[in-house]
Design a binder for this molecule. Structure first.
Ligand SMILES: NC(=O)c1ccc[n+]([C@@H]2O[C@H](COP(=O)([O-])OP(=O)(O)OC[C@H]3O[C@@H](n4cnc5c(N)ncnc54)[C@H](O)[C@@H]3O)[C@@H](O)[C@H]2O)c1
Ligand SMILES: O=P(O)(O)OC[C@H](O)CO
Length: 335
């Protein structure tokens, strides 16, 4: 037993899965959700059939729509809701967050209105000091972890002690956390890989093969690294689990909503149609814009992200994506 009490805000696929990880690691866990039926399913049936069909959840998990009750005496406040809804959802809950609690962001996005990373949004909205905020990011497809398949992740916080505490709270025989103090790098990797996964999905939807996929992943990592370094990240983060690791998982797996949505676009669906058939939260759709804004603000070129924004939001036909990228002036490899 860790002896820690965790409140998980969000009963979607990752919130529910991470709550199960915390419970398996020995935490006392309660979830907060908006819907009575989902909360009832988790507490009474030990299932979340809507988001994780067929998965049996730890019997001790309980969920409620009453945020005050869920947050009572929480040591950890874990946030797993769509990035663009985070600030508005969290601000009304701030008064119920116990003094001294550590906040944990599981989200992989960048706020559209402010270009802020989710750790910044969580700290501001909940009124938690930044050195008490951690982020968790890595090759972490929820469904596989809910099935207790082995994986690793990165727990990042500017204060190593904060990262260690959260890592201790979520370490199980199938989920291995590594700590890192490079919050900027870890968060940018998590948000930007979704944009690269959209590009890979589009390519695969057009019937393109593994050479194209490998090219987009590799050059995608280069542009994520360029952005991260310009914003003060540590170069070692990018080839790690939060960078290359998550790119590989997200760009290769049909479980990824970003990859799936991209492939629907590649097959000719409109953005609205692709969002509707994909379901769940494909963060890259909106964060592609804020990530590009961040890049522009520091003078960094992100041609793949730019092309994804052009397809998703500016009407560039999917068939013009590859010629646009390959038609750029030749240059030396590297950053
Ligand atoms: N699913 C994964 O495999 C996975 C893995 C790692 C990280 N993430 C990240 O976790 C975050 C959450 O993703 P998810 O997969 O759990 O999404 P999801 O779509 O499965 O669930 C989202 C949850 O948030 C709730 N929600 C939506 N809008 C809300 C609002 N305005 N207020 C309160 N609740 C709201 C929904 O009801 C649902 O419970 C995203 O940033 C995602 O990138 C997901
Ligand atoms: O389903 P996606 O595309 O949001 O990806 C899920 C996770 O971020 C993979 O690590």
């Amino acid at each position: 037993m860790t002896g820690l009490r965790a409140a998980v805000l969000g009963t979607g696929s990752w919130g529910t899965t991470f709550a199960a990880v915390l419970a398996d690691a020995g935490c006392d866990v309660a979830l907060w959700g908006r819907r009575d039926d989902v909360c009832h399913d988790i507490t009474v049936e030990h299932r979340n059939e809507e988001y994780l069909p067929g998965i049996e959840l730890p019997a001790g998990l309980r969920a409620s729509t009453d945020a005050e009750e869920v947050l009572d005496a929480a040591d950890l406040v874990v946030v797993a809701i769509p990035s663009q809804s985070a600030r508005a959802t969290l601000e009304p809950l701030a008064d119920h967050v116990p003094a001294g609690a550590i906040a944990v962001s599981l989200m992989k996005g960048v706020e559209l209105t402010s270009d802020r990373r989710m750790s910044q949004v969580v700290a501001e909205a909940l009124g938690v000091a930044y050195d008490r905020v951690a982020v968790v990011s890595g090759p972490n497809l929820a469904r596989e972890i809910a099935e207790r398949q082995p994986t690793a992740t990165v727990v990042a916080a500017v204060e190593e002690g904060t990262a260690q505490l959260v890592a201790g709270a979520c370490a199980t025989g199938y989920f291995r956390p590594y700590t890192n103090t490079d919050v900027v790098g870890v968060e940018l990797c998590g948000a930007a890989k979704n944009v690269i996964a959209l590009a890979v999905g589009i390519a695969q939807g057009r019937g393109l093969g593994y050479n194209t996929m490998a090219t987009v992943i590799t050059r995608g990592l280069v542009e994520i690294t360029r952005l991260g370094l310009a914003l003060g990240a540590d170069a070692e983060t990018f080839p790690g689990l939060a960078g290359m690791g998550d790119l590989m998982a997200t760009c290769a797996s049909p479980l990824s909503r970003n990859h799936t949505l991209g492939s629907h676009l590649g097959q000719g669906l409109t953005l609205e149609q692709a969002i509707a058939v994909t379901g769940g939260t494909a963060e890259g759709v909106k964060s592609s814009r804020s990530i590009l804004e961040l890049a522009t603000s520091v003078g960094v070129e992100m041609p793949i992200a730019e092309a994804v924004v052009a397809v998703l939001h500016e009407g560039l036909p999917v068939d013009e994506l590859a010629p646009r990228l390959l038609g750029r002036p030749h240059r030396a490899e590297g950053l």
